[in-house]
Design a protein around this ligand. Structure first.
Ligand code: BGC
Length: 716
């Protein structure tokens, strides 16, 4: 008899439901704590899983109670939201996506897994794979941006990184792909709000990353808080049981979101907790996080014949199987026993700095304002984000809240020992006091060679429950910025704006007036050093925005992969698709980002020019760095199927690649494109291959005017 069969035969109903329950140990509570004290429940076998507990000492102590004092000795599963690093904070996921480097996406997840497991934990509730096309939505910061193809690559890399090659290894943790599915298109960008999208958008945009996560072996998935056209995801039998488990063959654990089973009452699909528990169980949710719904509701449901013991057992087996795969039965203490070496920790900081520098996106660099010339004797750092240590980490910093991080001021002072670097805050992030503005402006006017204006959101202004109806500069920061820009114009001083945010902010005026402009997102522990690396030219910027930056909130949702319409924009024709009061174009398109090089792309070729379904196209382009500095260019490959049975987006991303070139150097980028990738979901939503001509575009961003074009003819 297998270990799991034996346990199953011995477990009482209460012990079974304990395995289906996860409660917070109170470390980083993200919702109401309902479950009460856990210690006795662990001891009597009615609680099998914990979240929000950090440190091998307390975790091992709870583990000891479970293994040595509970009747059956089943080990605990302990998880935490390790979103962008555990103690060492890497850039937030949206920022990290901007590196467009799957190797780095995997590396930071691997490092986070090592650090997390060294702290005794065995599970993270990450990666978040939700596509966001609405900067109002605060959780935009936690995901890979607007593009489904990028999200697929991100999913694969993150699952590999967290879970490693052997899930049972002491430095591997279970990944949880979340939030399944289509959490991003919440109504009007308001967190938790209803979702109502087409079946096509669900399948083309929101599901592919989860398919990739399942294929990559993700052992857990978390359903979203939201509903989809009236059916809450926590109770979505068709998508959880039939699609995810049935069609995709997902055999891991479905862990509900925080209190989501109880929230089925407020959704209005369950009259009481018994009904809620039945709905979730029938949909295939294995672990009830924080609602206490399974423990309370399922015994009643069983009595009333609303569920069967078989249905409960199925879930219990999946949870035990996950614990087994994590090696918890063989050695419940293996995570957190070996202390990490100092050199490992130092190396991790180096990685954090490198990734942060690569995540920084240089949106503008007029007249080669940057890198800062060596003759910079006096530099002025202005703004509430200039010396804001707590903010640099970004939202959801797991156990990183206790770790110091490097501010812009500290980073610049360290990097430029021969430069006098002065600082004035001017205003606070969101306060109403303007009193400090004049002193800041005076400082700017006291013979500065350049001004680094550090503006933006506080870290906690993005993330969960952090939607914004006005995703702009908060507080009095605009007043500060305008005063500084006015003064700088008078003095002829260059202004470099470093904008911190968990989403695109609507700041066309700022981008217009700044000499140089960076999307700095939240870069983590090493933020200030990384920013100094780029500003001083030690590192050439290479980040690209994974999400379109709108000019006006009224343009939202604005994303590059829209379909054409019957009246595409034509400035000469009034009756075409546009606004009376704003351009339709973005402030910065998807993929935009400058370097210290000057790249030209030429000689695009696609072979073969006529292809059938199972061939692989080679898309090749020459890249020349005509600038005076070494730099790394990112090349994007888009396609457009011009005539199809279903109208296709004007551009669809199908690949990207990076190339580092010295000044004057020319190189070649080759991106393979399997013809099968040109299939799409036909009228009946089944994949189809349609013969005809497909345009291939290659270039530095989704800006159509910068793309080279070739075409390929598809034949049966
Ligand atoms: C969030 C999840 C998270 C969970 C546990 C919820 O509020 O939506 O993303 O994993 O809390 O902390």
């Amino acid at each position: 008899m297998s270990r799991i069969d034996k346990l199953m035969s011995e477990m009482t109903l209460a012990e079974k439901l304990g395995q289906l329950t996860m409660t917070a140990a109170g470390y980083a509570v993200t919702g109401p704590v309902i479950a009460g004290d856990s210690t006795d429940s662990i001891r009597n076998g009615t609680l099998g899983n914990l979240l929000n507990l950090v440190g091998s000492k307390p975790i091992h102590e709870f583990q000891r109670i479970a293994v040595e004092e509970s009747r059956l000795g089943i080990p605990l599963l302990v998880g935490l939201d390790v979103i962008h690093g555990h103690r060492t904070q890497f850039p937030v996921p949206l920022a990290e996506t901007a590196t467009f480097d799957p190797r780095l996406w995997e590396l930071t997840a691997r490092e986070a897994a090592r650090e997390t497991s060294a702290d005794g934990l065995a599970m993270t509730f990450a990666p978040m794979l939700d596509i966001s096309r609405d900067p109002r939505w605060g959780r935009t910061v936690e995901g890979p941006g607007e593009d489904p193809w990028v999200a697929v690559q991100f999913a694969r890399a993150k699952i590999r990184g967290f879970q490693g090659s052997d899930l049972a290894a002491a430095d591997s943790i279970a990944a949880t792909a979340k939030h399944f599915a289509a959490y991003g298109p919440v109504t009007a960008g308001r967190d938790y709000a209803p979702v109502d999208i087409s079946e096509r958008t669900l399948r083309e945009v929101h599901l592919p990353a989860f398919v990739a996560a399942v294929e990559a072996g993700a052992v857990a998935i978390m359903p979203a808080f939201t509903d989809l056209a009236g059916i809450p995801m926590t109770a979505h039998k068709a998508l959880l049981r039939d699609y995810l488990r049935g069609q995709l063959g997902f055999d891991g654990v479905l862990v509900s979101d925080y209190n989501a089973i109880r929230e089925l009452l407020l959704h209005g699909v369950a009259a009481d907790l018994v009904e809620a528990a039945v709905l979730a169980l029938k949909a295939g949710v294995d672990i009830d996080m924080m609602a206490g719904g399974y423990r309370e509701g399922l015994p009643v449901a069983l009595d009333r014949g609303l569920v069967t013991m078989g249905e409960i057992d199925e879930c219990v087996r999946r949870v035990l199987r996950l614990k087994e795969r994590l090696g918890l039965f063989d050695d419940p203490y293996r995570r957190g026993t070996i202390k990490e070496r100092v050199s490992t920790v130092t190396e991790r900081r180096r990685i954090a700095r490198d990734v942060a520098a690569r995540a920084l996106v240089m949106m503008k660099n007029a007249d080669d304002t940057l890198p800062l010339p060596e003759t910079t004797h006096r530099l002025c750092v202005i703004g509430p984000l200039g010396d804001a240590m707590r903010e640099m980490r970004g939202p959801w910093a797991a156990a990183g809240y206790e770790e110091p991080s490097v501010t812009v001021l500290a980073g610049l002072r360290e990097a430029m020992p021969n430069t006098e670097v002065v600082f004035a805050e001017g205003v606070s992030i969101s306060g109403t006091d303007r009193a400090g503005i004049s002193a800041a402006v005076d400082l700017c006017g006291s013979g500065m060679d350049a001004i680094v204006l550090c503006l933006g959101e506080a870290a906690e202004m993005s993330g969960e429950a952090a939607s914004r109806a006005f995703p702009e500069l908060p507080g009095e920061q605009r007043a500060l910025a305008e005063a500084v820009l006015d003064r700088a114009r008078k003095d002829g001083t260059r202004v470099i704006v470093v904008l911190f945010s968990g989403r695109p902010l609507i700041v066309p005026w700022l981008a217009e007036r700044a000499d140089a402009f960076f999307a700095a997102w939240f870069l983590g522990t090493e933020a200030g050093n990384a920013i100094a690396d780029v500003l001083t030219g030690r590192v050439s910027p290479s980040g690209r925005t994974p999400i379109t930056w709108p000019r006006a909130l009224g343009q939202v949702p604005l994303f590059y992969g829209q379909r054409n319409c019957g009246r595409p924009e034509n400035p000469k024709d009034h009756f075409t698709s546009k606004y009376l009061d704003s351009p339709t174009s973005s402030l910065f398109p998807f993929g935009h980002g400058l370097t210290y090089g000057r790249f030209t792309l030429s000689n695009l070729r696609v072979t073969p020019e006529i292809a059938t379904e199972h061939e692989i196209l080679e898309v090749t382009v020459d890249v020349t760095n005509e600038g005076a500095r070494a730099a790394e260019e990112t090349v994007f490959l888009f396609i457009r199927d011009k005539v199809a049975s279903v109208a296709r987006p004007v551009l669809e991303l199908k690949g990207f690649s990076k190339i580092a070139l010295q000044p004057g150097e020319r190189g070649t980028v080759q991106i393979p494109l399997p013809v099968a990738e040109l299939k799409f979901l036909g009228i009946d939503l089944e994949p189809v291959f349609e013969p005809g001509e497909v345009d291939i575009f290659v270039g530095p961003s989704a800006d159509r005017s910068l793309l080279l074009k070739a075409s390929v003819t598809l034949r049966r």
